[in-house]
Design a protein around this ligand. Structure first.
Ligand SMILES: NC(=O)C1=CN([C@@H]2O[C@H](COP(=O)(O)OP(=O)(O)OC[C@H]3O[C@@H](n4cnc5c(N)ncnc54)[C@H](O)[C@@H]3O)[C@@H](O)[C@H]2O)C=CC1
Length: 515
């Protein structure tokens, strides 16, 4: 069913996985920025600033595009700044209607979006389809909130009163990681736009495609030109956005070291930041848990998107009395997962984002073995039968014989590697679960209701699960404690991160001045 020839506006891509040819004689596909309502090329193309994007599944060149420097970033921000007046003056309901149309257009084009998301990320197509829905959900959800964004009325003495307004911040910037490109474009742009802000997004340099498609969708839905913009590039482009004086806020997803740089760059302009950073989340399985569900939860918590997921439960603590049963079921189910062509509907583990990431994962695995870990299954480079599939594929891995101070147990691996750790008491396991600088997610499997809530109450994590893991709903806030981040995405609370409160005192009597 996959398209043999897909036409993106301005760029024609031929073949299921072939090298792209473009309207520009197959040389520089320059139309991957989105500024003022259209795909554009940087005004002053610089051949030394061409970025090559490889397709994870094949390792072949997928697209070449021009990195955005100061002029392009400024052009995008100015476009957003000019659009702000019109967009912020619309009523919430007017904004909502446009966003709802955008959500519908993505639904109509969802297979095309999923196709490109898979080619861009290497993740299995079944997951890419779910990711498209998480973007649709965000746009629909925040469009629903838009008309009800309002302040408070506060009665004061003698009939006077004050009121508050929730005003947009201005131009908001988003910077995305490569593991969930369309989701991040949706999760960041939807609340920004719903609150009356305009937006400039920089996707990861590894996954540039679907954020631009989203721009086309918004424009088709009637979003005024300039409200949603995209610039392409790596860290330097991101820094330019963070430091731009007309950017009021930065929402970033990525690693802790980069998050720290983003925060520092934003500090110069006293800008607010939302940071969704890394994790090393614990999942605690008590002996009384439904073990099949716990195994399912541990797999959801480790093997989505080839394990390249920030909230992953990479430390699975299992009560020693049920260790053997848990492990045998986990290994049996993990070994059955199909690794290979991300375009196949039944593939469950696709290609790693790039060679460097695969090498990093394999280095962690080698180190773990040297430190005494035992591979219960997986952890090998897989070569698919199809000779086109020259990307990096790693079979999902379960490590046993782990202990808390191993590097693989302490650091974010960002690959399909699950570490099993035994425990005996509740008190002990809580202390060990919290012994990390991260605090993105955490979970517990138990049928003891009281214990479940007692354990979660002590867990130092922003997003917690009882008897499940890694499920996401747009109505529920997502974000981290400790070094895993600041602020939240999703849920009503997100409105607070994309608006500022204006307080207005209204005097109904005379001024009582002691002068
Ligand atoms: N928490 C999460 O969701 C994610 C965590 N990671 C972690 O980060 C590691 C490295 O992955 P990367 O994609 O290289 O993540 P990264 O944190 O380096 O990059 C994320 C985004 O920030 C941009 N960026 C880089 N330097 C910047 C700067 N100084 N100022 C502004 N923007 C900047 C990048 O171009 C990209 O769009 C992974 O191995 C993984 O451990 C990666 C992706 C997502």
């Amino acid at each position: 069913m996959w398209l043999q020839q897909v036409v993106l506006r301005g760029v024609q891509v031929v073949g299921r996985r072939g090298v792209c040819t473009t309207v520009n004689n197959g040389k520089l596909p320059l139309h991957f920025n989105y500024i003022n309502g259209e795909r554009v090329s940087p005004l002053n193309p610089d051949p030394s600033q061409v970025m090559k994007v490889l397709e994870p599944a094949t390792g072949d060149l997928l697209i070449e595009l021009q990195t955005s420097g100061p002029d392009e970033v400024n052009r995008a921000v100015q476009s957003a700044k000019e659009a702000f007046n019109e967009w912020s003056q619309l009523t919430g309901l007017q904004r909502s209607r446009i966003m709802q149309r955008a959500a519908q257009i993505i639904k109509d084009r969802q297979e095309e979006f999923a196709y490109w998301e898979t080619r861009d990320t290497g993740k299995p197509i079944y997951e890419a389809r779910m990711d498209i829905w998480t973007a649709i959900d965000a746009i629909e959800y925040f469009s629903g909130l838009a008309p009800s964004i309002a302040g408070q009325h506060v009665p004061l003495a003698n009939g006077s009163f004050a009121y508050t307004k929730r005003e947009p911040l201005g131009v908001c910037a988003g910077i995305g990681a490569w593991n969930y490109p369309i989701q991040m474009a949706g999760w960041k742009s939807a609340p920004a736009l719903a609150c009356g802000n305009t937006f400039v997004f920089k996707p990861s340099q590894f996954t540039p495609i679907t954020a631009v498609m989203l721009g086309e969708v918004y424009t088709e839905a009637g979003l005024p030109h300039g409200c949603y913009n995209v610039v392409q590039g790596a860290g330097e482009t991101g820094t330019l956005l963070c430091e731009h004086p007309d950017v009021a806020k930065v929402s970033f997803t990525g690693s802790v070291p980069t998050g720290s740089k983003v925060m520092a760059a934003a500090a110069g302009g006293i800008k607010t930041v939302t940071l969704e950073l890394g994790g090393k989340s614990p999942l605690i399985v008590f002996a009384d848990a439904n073990l099949d569900n716990a195994v399912g939860g541990a797999m959801l918590g480790n093997f989505l998107s080839q394990g390249e997921v920030c909230s992953n439960a990479t430390r699975v603590f299992v009560e020693n009395s049920v260790m053997d049963q848990f492990l045998s079921r986990l290994v049996e189910r993990t070994a059955r997962m199909k690794v290979g062509d991300p375009m196949d509907d039944d593939t469950r583990v696709g290609a790693m984002i790039h060679q460097d990431q695969a090498d990093k994962v394999m280095t962690y695995l080698e180190g773990a073995k040297k430190e005494g870990a035992v591979v219960a299954c997986g952890g090998e480079m897989v070569t698919p039968d199809d000779p086109q599939l020259k990307g990096c594929y790693i079979s999902p891995c379960v490590l046993t014989n782990c202990h808390d101070d191993m590097t693989v147990v302490r650091e974010e691996v960002f690959g399909p590697v699950l570490s099993i750790l035994g425990f005996d008491t509740e008190e002990e396991v809580i202390e060990r679960a919290n012994d990390t600088e991260f605090g993105l997610a955490g979970g517990v499997f138990t049928n003891d209701l009281t214990r479940a809530h007692r354990v979660i109450a002590q867990m130092q994590a922003g997003t917690c699960y009882i008897n499940n893991f890694n499920i996401i709903d747009v109505a529920v806030p997502f974000g981290g404690f400790k070094k895993s981040g600041l602020g939240r995405e999703n849920g009503v609370v997100t409105v607070e991160y994309y608006t500022q409160v204006k307080t207005v005192y209204v005097e109904m009597g005379d001024v009582d001045a002691p002068f």
